[in-house]
Write a protein that binds this ligand. Structure first.
Ligand code: NAD
Ligand code: IPM
Ligand code: MN
Length: 358
């Protein structure tokens, strides 16, 4: 098989712990299916600040540019929280998304039946929940001008939220197209009752909606959406929204699945290249203790196989293995009813490897 190059940037905190398990899945896939992966590691985030003086060293960016896909862990931690903006791990994360043109962030939230009990929401409400948050990733308030200035009332801070029509149009089209391949329902989430960027967003959605007559469209204001996600999660199919709303709603959606340790993501641009990472962060509170759930990262590898490489068989194998392991009652602490019987990160990784079949 053709050798696929994967840049691996594990980052900080639990990043390296969960990425190590995902790399074992890559190896197992080579054994089972004969695919060939060449992995190369790069420094990224806080560790890159410590070793190279910048969260996104040029060589790491080059490594990603030369790869077919990127596997990312997570970045950040208390050590760097008071650094100036350019020396923050999170600035590296925003930089890599922007530099690689990854404007579309796909975050599926699917409830495994056997994990109903792990969620804080009632099973009868959760039943059948299978949604995708399509989050705009390279615009909005994350990337607009930011500054401080003096005012008559002391220092003030400014974050600007900017979207142009083409940025809105390309992500909304993604939303419609993904919905067309699923249950054909699209919820466009905005705050059009207050924000000018949201009014442009909604106008754009309404202008292009007639091109997707088979998709049932609803506009939902973001505050209401946050509430409806808990009230009627199973009624959502695809949610398309701007950068910050998507960040917040996807963490909320994670709790429908039982844990943020379950949520995978793909960040895509125009071509097949993609960056794959769990939705969760570096979890400094549990880092280095073997407590992290590696499933989000392992499921991100399945997304990589499906969306960048077209390796459906290998993607199915991973997803089947995860389901089988959960059905058998294996749990990491975050999804365990009895934490004293929980598996470690490595043990969960092992169980999934053992369950993978051709
Ligand atoms: P977080 O997602 O790291 O953690 C939130 C809570 O979820 C914590 O209690 C943590 O222990 C738990 N958790 C997260 N992932 C888990 C896993 N795989 N298994 C079990 N439990 C898990 O969010 P936070 O605490 O708000 O942020 C911590 C740091 O991570 C910050 O520096 C933040 O900027 C960064 N962050 C990075 C990314 C990323 O790299 N993509 C995403 C979110 C946050
Ligand atoms: C995420 C994270 C990042 C974001 C932070 C760490 C910059 O929360 O990937 O969801 O807000 O995009
Ligand atoms: Mn987030």
């Amino acid at each position: 098989a053709e050798v696929k190059k994967i840049a691996v940037i594990a980052g900080d905190g639990i990043g390296p712990e969960v990425v190590a398990e995902a790399e074992k899945v890559l190896n197992k896939t080579e054994e089972l299916f004969g695919y060939k992966f060449e992995t190369e590691h790069g420094l990224f985030g806080g560790i890159a600040i410590d070793e190279k003086g910048t969260p996104l060293p040029e060589e790491t960016l080059q490594l990603c540019r030369n790869a077919d896909a990127v596997l990312l862990g997570a970045v950040g931690g208390p050590k760097w929280d008071n650094n100036p903006k350019e020396l923050r791990p999170e600035t590296g994360l925003l930089g890599i998304r922007k530099e690689l043109g990854l404007f579309s962030n796909i975050r599926p939230a699917v409830i495994f039946d056997c994990l109903m009990e792990a969620s804080t929401i009632k099973p009868e409400v959760l039943k059948g929940t299978d949604l995708i948050v399509v989050r705009e990733l390279t615009g909005g308030i994350y990337f607009g001008e930011k500054f401080r200035r003096d005012s008559a009332n002391g220092q003030e801070a400014v974050d600007t939220c900017v979207y142009n029509v083409s940025e809105v149009e390309r992500i909304v089209r993604q939303g419609f197209e993904i919905a067309q391949k699923r249950r054909k329902k699209l919820a466009s989430v905005d705050k059009a009752n207050v924000l000018e960027t949201s009014r442009l967003w909604r106008e754009t959605v309404n202008r292009i909606a007639p091109e997707y007559p088979d998709v049932e469209l609803e506009h939902v204001l973001v505050d209401n959406c946050a509430m409806q996600l808990l009230r009627r999660p199973s009624s959502f199919d695809v949610i398309v929204t701007e950068n910050m709303f998507g960040d917040i709603l996807s963490d909320e959606a994670a709790m429908l699945t039982g844990s943020i340790g379950m949520l995978s993501s793909a960040s895509l641009g125009e071509g097949s290249f993609g960056l794959y990472e769990p939705v969760h962060g570096s979890a400094p509170d549990i880092a280095g203790q073997g407590l992290a759930n590696p499933i989000a990262t392992i499921l991100s590898v399945a997304l990589m196989f499906r969306l960048t490489f077209g390796y459906e068989d290998a993607a199915d194998s991973i997803e089947r293995a995860v389901k089988q392991v959960l059905d058998a009652g294996h749990r990491t602490a975050d999804i365990a009813a009895d934490r004293t019987k929980a598996l470690s990160t490595v043990q969960m990784g092992e169980k999934i490897l053992q369950a993978m079949t051709k």
